[in-house]
Design a protein. Structure first.
Length: 187
């Protein structure tokens, strides 16, 4: 994936820094110290795509310190796509771009495979009728670090904009079994 750095390093409290990186399918503010995205923005491109993700795995970006496969081994954390693969499965080339670690957050498997996935499906359904813009903000409140160095997000805020409407959801980064995605609507 060809990346364009569109901002200078920003120095944040606690000596963390992040970079704004714009790809051709999503924009991400990435914190190399946390080894996690701070936020990702995208527009659903392929609500009815059929490209197969078979055999695809996440890859590292040259020159950017991200999480890696070791952060996700033998634990409850999924490689949570923030810009979902299914929203970009127009063709294999576009789909593969979602597998960058820039687009991966430590997401509890119960959230990622449950209500989060269901909300992503709703986004794609909407994209059959509207231009759907999405922003995912990664929350770090009293967050812990894994022994491998990556910081575990405390939660996620997802903002959907379509047809002049705006909906905001807030999810804890934990198992959400037994709930529905609408339960997390805050605005």
């Amino acid at each position: 994936m060809k990346l364009k750095l569109t901002s200078l390093l920003l120095f944040l409290p606690l000596l963390t820094y992040s970079q704004l990186i714009k790809t051709d399918i999503f924009t991400v503010q990435y914190d190399q110290e946390k080894e996690q995205p701070i936020w990702v923005e995208y527009i659903v491109q392929c609500p009815k795509g059929t490209a197969s993700r078979s055999g695809m795995d996440f890859y590292l970006e040259k020159g950017i310190h991200t999480s890696d496969n070791d952060d996700y081994k033998n634990n409850i954390w999924d490689k949570g796509h923030l810009a979902p693969a299914a929203s970009f499965n127009c063709d294999t080339k576009t789909l593969k771009k979602t597998f960058s670690y820039l687009n991966s957050a430590l997401q509890h498997q119960g959230l990622n495979r449950g209500v989060w996935k269901e909300l992503e499906g709703f986004e794609r359904d909407l994209a059959n009728f509207y231009r759907v813009k999405v922003r995912v903000e990664v929350l770090f409140i009293n967050s812990e670090k894994l022994p491998t160095g990556a910081t575990i997000p405390s939660g996620f805020r997802k903002i959907l904009e379509f047809g002049g409407k705006k909906y905001i959801f807030k999810f804890p980064n934990k198992d959400t079994k037994g709930t529905k995605w609408v339960d997390y609507l805050v605005e």
